[in-house]
Design a protein around this ligand. Structure first.
Ligand SMILES: [Cu+2]
Length: 445
């Protein structure tokens, strides 16, 4: 028995034991009444909800794996600096692509303003070709609309252009290049306008996800923007398991904004909770239109805002439900080999899996267990190719305490919301504040 194969079975034993323990503790949790905390505002992290005038101020949105764009105030105007440029983006631990984005980031950094703000964006084009910025969904003068030749001259390489407008709306908007191929290279970012008075009911957590798809051939780094088939699917520029889990305190209200600027429509599904759609790319939806669901179709150029009460503790998946959007491109790892759907021999199947494991350039890759006689079943292997835990490589404070090999179940357009009781939530916050503490090596095999 080869070393790799032996490791499969060792891991299988450990994983099996872990599953048993997990289901027992889940059962125990289900028998207890759910502790509910109606308001988050009384708690340290979010106690700055109300402003001096006593009005409710909206909570800033958090865009995991992306930064916010800072601004300066100049005579009552919020001034932002945004530069379009090529960006190297690590979308998976073993895959970095040559995308285009803004300020070194793809997608671009998140812009957050208040309804009523006067906004100026000093835009610079560091791309090798002309571009412009379109403010998707905003009701602004035609000169600010950012469509080359129609509303402005294209911004040439090396040139600057100043956009300025007043935001009278509230809601989830975005900025993007108004050129199809540049959009597919990644030129997109959030533009969130918070309402003058916070929405009711108020949310305790507010998260944003940008959905993108990429066609990048094996051993290539440049997306093929003319392709119609996509092999890399990302949330905020990273494929699972690199996506940073969202955190929510047990009993809190969560808002999640999902934005799509790709070629496909994505049915985004939440596990274990029902949500209501409280807004679209056009702003807040009236409460009379809300009804329970747990999958929302986010079409191209749409934003969907959903809200839910984080009632049940656990690590709950949030993912696009299209099967091929729930995987990473294994072709990168298979290299010159093919996924075979015809009969497999034991030797062929095992050698595929072994060389797959060897080709991943980091230590500690854990596979899900397979049956002793797996090779005798027509169709094998399917997901056995893909389920490779790489917990250590993607470890961060937000992953602390997840079950061993959690990352094996996470691929493509996938993240999770970790609904955590008080103590566990605070423990992770503490780790985020003290970097370095999350990297203890707790590895058994
Ligand atoms: Cu999808």
């Amino acid at each position: 028995m080869s070393g790799t194969r032996r490791r499969f079975f060792q891991d299988a034993a450990i994983f099996g034991a872990g599953l048993l323990g997990m289901s027992e503790s889940l059962q125990a949790q289900n028998e207890k009444p759910m502790p509910m905390r109606p308001r988050e505002a009384s708690h340290g992290a979010h106690s700055a909800h109300a402003n001096a005038a006593g009005h409710d101020r909206a909570l800033p949105m958090v865009t995991p794996d992306l930064a916010d764009l800072p601004h300066e105030m100049e005579g009552g105007v919020k001034v932002f600096h945004l530069a379009a440029e090529p960006v190297k983006r690590k979308i998976a631990p073993f895959k970095t692509i040559d995308a285009w984005g803004y300020n070194g980031s793809c997608p671009g950094p998140t812009i957050q303003v208040q309804q009523g703000d006067r906004v100026r964006v000093v835009f610079e084009n560091r791309l090798p070709e002309s571009t412009s910025l379109h403010w998707h969904g905003l009701e602004i003068p035609i000169e600010q609309d950012g469509v080359p030749y129609i509303s402005q001259k294209p911004v040439a390489p090396g040139e600057k252009y100043i956009y300025e407008f007043t935001v009278h709306q509230e809601g989830t908007f975005f900025y993007h290049a108004h050129s199809a191929m540049q959009e597919m290279m990644g030129q997109i970012g959030f533009f969130v306008a918070h309402p003058e008075k916070d929405y009711k009911p108020r949310a305790d957590h507010d998260y944003g996800l940008i959905l993108q798809e990429w066609a990048v051939l094996p051993s290539n780094t440049v997306p093929n923007t003319a392709a119609m088939e996509f092999n890399w699917l990302t949330f905020n520029g990273v494929a699972a398991p690199m996506t940073t889990p969202l955190l929510a305190r047990l009993g809190s209200r969560v808002r999640l904004r999902v934005l799509n600027l790709g070629m496909d429509h994505h049915p985004v599904h939440l596990h274990g909770h029902q949500f209501v759609v409280t807004g679209t790319e056009g702003g807040r939806a009236p409460e009379s239109t809300w009804y329970p669901m747990n999958t929302v179709l986010v079409g191209v150029a749409q934003a969907r805002v959903v809200e839910f009460e984080a009632k049940y503790p656990g690590a709950w998946m949030i993912h696009c439900h299209l099967p091929h959007h729930m995987m990473n491109s294994m072709m990168d790892l298979l290299r010159d080999r093919q996924i075979e759907t015809a009969d497999q021999t034991d030797m062929k199947a095992m050698s595929q899996m072994e060389s797959l494991a060897k080709s991943v350039p980091f230590e500690h890759v854990h596979h899900a267990p397979i049956a002793q006689d797996a090779e005798k079943v027509p169709g094998f292997p399917q997901d056995a190719f893909m389920e490779m835990g790489m917990d250590e490589v993607v470890e961060k404070p937000e992953t602390y305490g997840l079950p061993k090999n959690w990352s094996a179940g996470m691929m493509g357009m996938m993240t999770m919301i970790r609904v955590l009781p008080e103590k566990e939530y605070d423990a992770i916050l503490a780790r985020k504040k003290a970097p370095g503490t999350s990297s203890e090596h707790r590895h058994e095999s």
